[in-house]
Design a protein around this ligand. Structure first.
Ligand code: HEC
Ligand code: HEC
Ligand code: HEC
Ligand code: HEC
Ligand code: HEC
Length: 185
């Protein structure tokens, strides 16, 4: 299913990108391991806006194309390298090509990308994504306007997962349970 969507939506982009890639293959590899190559605090400066934004030139991808388990699991899920390579095997970067080189290195060495976790509740708290997504809440209500962000390395002001009042207030307003035991192990 994902493949079909990909073929439908990105066939034009891929064809163009493949042509550009052929021309770029001999270009020297930029970036490298200097600290300046990691200005984002993430191992790869992954731009959410270029993928999920709806401005001209952005790709308007559904959040759940990558965060594939948000509607059926506790965790939203972080995509494996293979998801990225479905496009970036042929799509080079035009603004930060050294970041795509890093991505391809992870794919070649079959190493998982060591993304730095940003959103986290305490170990004694239980937060099930699927219950919230299936209740019709938008990702943006808790994570802010992710589709406009470049590199995601700090929490949006919308999020209050380190503050019990944030969870409980919304649960009261939406008539969800406020039993201690639904949120605490
Ligand atoms: C092309 C794949 C892709 C798409 C589409 C995508 N994301 Fe992500 N997302 C990632 C990757 C990779 C990371 C880990 C790197 C990072 O934090 O930037 C991530 C990280 C996140 C995080 C932080 C996770 C943490 O570490 O706590 C949130 C929140 C998030 N994405 C929300 C969204 C939302 C909301 C959308 C839709 C507007 C979206 N993402 C679309 C790939 C994607
Ligand atoms: C559906 C296709 C698709 C998928 C899947 C995808 N990307 Fe992209 N990505 C693109 C396109 C198109 C661009 C824009 C390329 C450009 O403008 O140079 C892009 C841009 C980027 C850039 C910026 C490069 C630049 O030069 O500006 C990075 C870094 C990147 N992607 C990393 C990733 C990572 C990491 C994943 C997996 C979590 C991923 N992408 C998944 C299509 C995709
Ligand atoms: C009601 C608030 C809320 C909504 C709605 C929500 N999230 Fe989250 N998200 C959180 C909280 C709280 C955490 C930390 C959870 C934890 O530590 O177990 C989190 C963590 C994450 C993470 C990092 C860890 C993981 O779960 O894989 C990603 C990625 C993420 N959210 C993406 C999304 C996406 C994409 C959507 C929409 C489809 C979404 N979230 C909807 C509150 C929310
Ligand atoms: C913006 C509103 C909102 C916020 C913020 C929110 N929730 Fe929820 N939550 C809901 C709704 C609505 C439901 C009910 C879904 C349903 O009926 O299935 C729910 C359901 C749940 C459930 C399942 C309850 C059950 O009866 O089994 C748990 C657990 C939960 N939330 C934990 C949390 C935690 C922990 C936080 C804070 C980190 C949080 N929620 C923040 C709206 C929210
Ligand atoms: C809707 C989810 C939710 C419900 C319901 C809930 N809590 Fe919490 N609780 C949280 C979150 C989120 C935190 C903040 C965790 C943190 O400090 O990061 C928290 C923190 C706490 C702490 C502080 C622990 C610490 O880390 O210092 C205590 C004690 C606590 N809760 C007890 C209760 C009791 C007792 C009830 C029932 C009256 C209750 N909680 C109901 C989500 C919830």
């Amino acid at each position: 299913m994902k493949k079909h969507w990909l073929m439908g939506g990105f066939v034009g982009v891929i064809a163009l990108a493949a042509a550009a890639f052929v021309q770029e293959q001999d270009a020297p590899v930029a970036g490298g391991d200097s600290p300046a190559a990691y200005p984002s605090g993430q191992p790869i400066a992954f731009p959410h806006n270029q993928h999920a934004g709806s401005e001209p030139g952005q790709n308007n991808m559904d959040c759940m194309f990558c965060h594939f388990s948000a509607e059926r699991s506790v965790d939203a899920g972080i995509p494996p390298v293979s998801t990225c390579m479905g496009c970036h095997a042929v799509i080079p970067g035009t603004q930060n090509p050294q970041e795509i080189d890093k991505l391809r290195n992870y794919a070649t060495t079959q190493e998982p990308i060591p993304w730095v976790r940003v959103y986290k509740v305490s170990d004694h708290v239980h937060f099930p994504h699927m219950r919230h997504v299936n209740a019709g809440l938008q990702c943006q209500q808790c994570h802010g306007q992710v589709q406009e962000m470049t590199v995601l390395n700090s929490r949006a002001p919308e999020w209050g997962g380190d503050n019990m009042g944030w969870c409980v207030d919304c649960h009261r307003q939406s008539e969800a349970s406020t039993d201690c035991s639904v949120c605490h192990y």
